[in-house]
Design a protein around this ligand. Sequence first.
Ligand SMILES: [Fe+2]
Ligand SMILES: [Fe+2]
Length: 411
Amino acid sequence: MDGMPPVDVPTTTPSTGVAPAVEPSAGTAPSLEPSSGAPTPSVEPSSVAPTPSASASSGAAPTLPPRAAVPLRKPAPRGPISAALLAALSRSPGDVDLGPLRVAVAARLADPADLRTDEDVQLALLCLYELHYRGIAGVDDDWEWDPDLLAARAELEVPFEAELRRTVPVPGCDRRDRTGVAERLFAMAAADAGPSLSRFVARKATEPQLRELLVHRSIYQLKEADPHTWAIPRLAGGPKAALVEIQADEYGDGDPHRMHAELFALAMRAFGLDDAYGAYVDHVPAATLASLNAMSLLGLHRRSRGAIVGHLAAFEMTSSLPNRLYGNGVRRLGHDEVAATWYFDEHVAADAVHEQIAGRDLAGALAEQEPELVDDILFGAACCLALDGAAAARMLQAWDAGRTSLLRPLP
Ligand SMILES: [Fe+2]
Ligand SMILES: [Fe+2]
């Protein structure tokens, strides 16, 4: 809790995110056919998530003071690759020989062991990708587009992606039209055989375990939606509009207090955790970092736009019910205050809508626009399910063995 500003309690509830009706300036708006694909099916409006006053929680809607985009705190190295990388990043581009970094990467890649669970590799990837988000404290912004560092990043991410493509099972898809692809994605999410972390949390998790879960999730949730936003300028027409509709909700529909990342920060504070961006990177294992790194990998490469769309679809399709169960667990532990439950309640409603938009209007419509992306859409969805499942399994195994799931205990 050190250094965290206080929570303000306003006298009004947050906005519903419903924009006022605006008349066209003159005449009737012309109707253009989409560039390809079927007309948009009817879906419920996306701004249906309940305000805290409509939820089962008690108390007024809390908000956090507006915050600036502070960079990631520089993490501690976990091996020769991240040590060489962080040492280089502490100096200016052009002043540094990246040879030691590339030697360390080459030595690691000579070993065929799994990269997804390699602490050193995943931390290095996280730092390299973070240069494209908010940066790292004390690191020169010019590193973001330094060609030698980008080459070094490729030496890590190419084998990381190759490992994912080699090991993550991806089902086939007979019907490659909009409805067929959407139904395949829903079927993949429904068949996900990963361990049910959310059921465990609803029924059994202790308060320390719930705090650990929030710490794991904070690595992504405090930048929630950002990796998928990279896809917006790479799409057009219906899929672009659908992605923007989802992302607008994720970013609070114009209200910074309703941004999902901010709601997650509220929940962290309710459990006495530090909600600073990336505060717990040093605590979380490679399996958790790999989930975010896969999103960054797929989001940052235009050629992977199908995969990041598929990833988002699977993410949304596996969110609504689990968040209901997480919320139940939070309340079971006596945290029925809005600050603790709002994030979870918001996602029960919002993601029941988002999964329809993501499956049909985004992924399905993209499959019709660019049929050659169908396999990648399914690959991205499979990556989401596999990596999030692996991170959850690791958590549950640690708790089952009576251990912390983190690399170091929480203060
Ligand atoms: Fe969200
Ligand atoms: Fe969502």
